[in-house]
Design a protein around this ligand. Structure first.
Ligand code: ATP
Length: 430
């Protein structure tokens, strides 16, 4: 849990997200309120409910991004769910509880990552021993082992190939047939734990082996039970659920399919009001999970939501459509802006990409034009435009080592200028 003040949280968010001051303020306050709640003692702590947020704004203007960055800042487990997913055929009411189960899995991953850092030094030492054994064999004399240790530490062994045995990883999970809900997902790793875990032998270079071995050794040092218990606590106190497209589950008069939409709202309500969800890691209380609901509300209005749901989303913030100037800043000013990303990517090929200010202006202009003629997808348009403009360089960069490419206004117009003017073509390409 971060102890940053709301002002500090907003300025952290400012590093990545352009504009949208109200939304940043709202999430900053929500986060600080959680910290405040945890400072309370006794029964009052249980009484304080999170002030859930309803973000209203067109697509691609930063609603998800703000929430995701906030979660990252707070090191909080985060899950994005499309509310419309629950209106699909085959879904039943209890399925919304899967949100909480999935959030627990996210939290376990996060907690494990943090804990691994705590035991890193010990795990590193154990990993070194395993690399040495793989190099010289288990029966080598201490002297041989030590001489190899020196070589290893000097990096002389980096490219040598060894065989290592690590736990089979990956999202090896399966649903137990006929037992959805309560049991949910069971990881294969865990099923086989009693049998000594699933192991896999891999051939890797010494250099590449470390990461896997350290992860493997850290897991051995971690106490799984307390790790899971901590993850559940984190979900309960710090979890953030982003419910997208909430406007699409508004029931409107006289429309077919409204019953199921209102039904989904009813199903979601207990989660947001606070309930206990059974998971395979034990019961999880949802009372203090922060819900950020979001939607464009072009057709439906927030007042079309069930009154109880409206009451549970007391903080309303509107996000503005992005302007051309916002696009220019998103392209160049943010910390990991698209321009910075492409420059860095091509630098790996020894190609220097130089964007001039009028090149960036031209990119923003094209994005604005296509958004207004084809479909407004907000800042996402910048990615499609950028990809198209740099398509040729991306393809040939590997043979262009040492060259500098200047992306100015003329360059941008050369590659996408005509496309942008032709709405029919843009529809497919930009
Ligand atoms: N204000 C902004 N500043 C910086 N980047 C932005 C901004 N708005 C959007 N982006 C970028 O555009 C992309 C899409 O934004 P985001 O996922 O936040 O959209 P959204 O508003 O949640 O839309 P939707 O409701 O359709 O999911 C992201 O990659 C994000 O980085």
């Amino acid at each position: 849990m971060t102890d940053l003040s709301p002002r500090e949280i907003v300025s952290e968010l400012d590093r990545h997200i352009v504009g949208q001051r109200d939304a940043k303020r709202a999430v900053a306050i929500a986060l600080r309120n959680r910290w405040r709640r945890l400072q309370l003692q006794g029964h009052l702590r249980e009484e304080v409910q999170p002030k859930n947020i309803l973000m209203i704004g067109p697509t691609g203007v930063g609603k998800t991004e703000i929430s995701r960055r906030l979660a990252k800042l707070a090191n909080a487990p985060f899950l994005k769910v499309e509310a419309t997913k629950f209106t699909e055929v085959g879904y039943v009411g209890r399925d919304v509880e899967q949100i909480v189960r999935d959030l627990v899995e996210v939290a376990i991953g996060l907690t494990r990552e943090q804990k691994r850092k705590d035991v890193q030094a010990k795990a590193h030492m154990a990993a070194e021993e395993r690399v040495l054994t793989a190099l010289v064999g288990a029966t080598a004399s201490p002297a041989t082992r030590e001489s190899f240790r020196k070589k290893l530490r000097d990096g002389d062994m980096d490219d040598k190939e060894i065989e290592i045995e690590v736990a089979a990883s990956g999202p090896a999970a399966m649903e137990i047939p006929g037992m959805p809900g309560q049991v949910g997902m069971i990881s294969l790793g865990e099923m086989f734990k009693g049998l000594g875990g699933q192991k896999k032998t891999r051939r890797v270079t010494v250099k590449d082996s470390y990461e896997q071995l350290i992860a493997d050794e850290s897991d051995k040092l971690l106490d799984q039970e307390s790790l899971v218990a901590e993850a559940v606590r984190t979900v309960e106190n710090a979890g953030i659920v982003f419910l997208d497209e909430i406007d699409k589950i508004c029931a409107r008069e006289g429309r077919a399919g409204d019953v199921s939409r209102e039904g989904v709202q009813r199903d979601l309500l207990p989660l947001i009001e606070g309930t206990t969800v059974a998971t395979k890691h034990g019961p999880v209380k949802t009372d203090h999970i922060l819900f950020i609901a979001s939607g464009a509300f072009h057709v439906a209005k927030p007042s079309d939501l069930l009154p109880e749901l409206q009451g549970r989303l007391p903080i309303r913030v509107e996000l503005n459509a992005l302007t051309r100037e916002d696009f220019v800043r998103i392209l160049d000013d943010t910390e990991a802006s698209l321009v910075k990303q492409y420059v860095a990517l091509l630098a790996t090929e020894n190609v220097t990409l130089a964007f001039t200010p009028d090149g960036i202006d031209a990119l923003a202009d094209v994005a604005v034009e296509v958004n207004s003629t084809v479909e407004n997808i907000g800042a996402r348009r910048l990615q499609t435009v950028m990809e198209r403009v740099l398509d040729e360089i991306s393809f040939t960069a590997a043979d262009m080592g040492g060259q500098t490419v200047t992306v100015d206004g003329a360059y941008v117009r050369k590659y996408v200028g005509d496309l942008a003017k032709n709405a029919d073509l843009s529809r497919f390409i930009l």
